[in-house]
Design a protein around this ligand. Structure first.
Ligand SMILES: Nc1ncnc2c1ncn2[C@@H]1O[C@H](COP(=O)(O)OP(=O)(O)OP(=O)(O)O)[C@@H](O)[C@H]1O
Length: 362
């Protein structure tokens, strides 16, 4: 089991055509892990510290964070953990038009986290094939590798979009892209020569949330407004869940976490406060005209950073048994044949561990 805080990053996008036309000023600045906001009206400045701050305002800036930088820094470590058998999750949160979809999906030449993650995952699997690990096809769902980009495209097409006052192509739903990876290795027993399966699995959630816009700013109406209300309800619940989890850590007391109040939080239950290595990317606009929304996103992200997850490698019971036996063998490699007391006591400890794991007194 590993306790780990949710990794939180913030990304600020370039000025949009609209913001340029409005001659909006830049109010968000980044320096190392720090993100600073200078309020254009109150002149007050706010400082936040995150695990990573990605400044993507100006391509000529030496600290400019490209799609590749974001992927390498935030998502690639999660891919590594997935291969170790941990559940992983990366979710993007932010105001409409702040760059969530750009970060998660991107475009062909500027591919985002999801296509890069999938590409690297399958490249890694292919290289493991050379080490005689077979990448199997699912009996029902067929060959993943060839089909994956098609599935991604289909999912994206079905994701309804509509213009809002803030974004010409705004996502009208949350998108949860889930991959379940199971690695099965076959070991031969040193005692009997029999084969044992060792399986580890990982659930990978890559989530692009709908915009957290306020209806007033987004100037939506009718159907869009109704959609907005339901999207806001799930985001509100997500906020409640994050705040309850944060309170739980700060007060060290058990707090009721309202996961069941929305489908979104129910789906992300393990990713938030549960068995998962989780990262969040909060996206913001650089412009003074969006400062209030950006501040609210940054506060949300700050709170998420206090959440502690308890992740463990997902392996099957027989794999646990093999690991425990191997541990005992390694400890006693020097006296494998002896019936010495150390061997016996190690053996008993292993057997106790196994019986407590499977709930019997074998
Ligand atoms: N880092 C970036 N570099 C270049 N362009 C960006 C960047 N981030 C966002 N954009 C552009 O800004 C616009 C809005 O971005 P995007 O659609 O990703 O926002 P969003 O947060 O997903 O919005 P919504 O919640 O409405 O779906 C798009 O035209 C996108 O190409």
């Amino acid at each position: 089991m590993e306790n780990s805080a949710v990794t939180v990053a913030v990304r600020v996008r370039p000025f949009s055509a609209r913001e340029k036309a409005e001659k909006a000023t830049q109010v968000i600045f980044m320096n190392g892990q720090e993100t600073n906001v200078q309020h254009p009206e109150s002149r007050q400045s706010y400082s936040f510290t995150y695990d990573f701050s990605f400044c993507s305002v100006d391509g000529d800036d030496p600290t400019f964070a490209s799609q590749k930088t974001v992927y390498k820094t935030l998502a690639r470590p999660l891919l590594q953990r997935a291969f170790e058998g941990f559940n992983t999750c990366l979710f993007a949160y932010g105001q409409t038009g702040s760059g969530k979809s750009y970060t998660m999906m991107g475009f062909e030449e500027e591919a985002g986290v999801i296509p890069r993650f999938c590409q690297e995952l399958f490249m890694k699997l292919a290289s493991m094939e050379d080490e005689e690990l077979r990448v199997r096809e699912h009996p029902v769902h067929g060959p993943y590798v060839a089909e994956l980009s098609g599935w991604l495209e289909l999912g994206n097409k079905q994701r309804a979009t509509a213009a809002t006052g803030m974004n010409d192509k705004s996502s009208r739903s949350h998108s949860v892209f889930t991959l379940v990876m199971t690695q099965t290795k076959v070991h031969n027993s040193v005692f009997t020569g029999e084969e044992h399966d060792h399986s580890i699995s990982s659930r990978i959630n890559l989530v692009d949330l709908a915009g957290s816009e306020r209806c007033r700013t987004a100037q939506t109406s009718g159907e869009r407004l109704r959609e907005g209300a339901s999207i806001n309800k799930s985001l509100l619940t997500l906020g409640k869940v994050i705040s309850a989890l944060s309170e739980q850590v700060l007060t060290r007391k058990k707090v009721f976490i309202p996961y069941r109040e929305s489908v979104l939080t129910w789906l992300l239950k393990e990713s938030l406060g549960g068995n998962s290595k989780t990262a969040m990317i909060a996206t913001v606009s650089p412009a003074g005209t969006n400062v209030e929304e950006s501040l609210s996103t940054l506060r949300y992200a700050q709170q998420a950073r206090t959440i502690i997850n308890v992740a463990k490698v997902n392996e099957d019971t027989s794999a646990k048994l093999i690991r425990a036996l191997r541990g005992a063998l390694a400890a006693d490699a020097a006296c494998l044949t002896g019936q010495c007391e150390t061997c016996c006591s190690n053996w008993n400890t292993v057997m106790q561990q196994i019986s407590s794991d499977c709930g019997t007194s074998c």
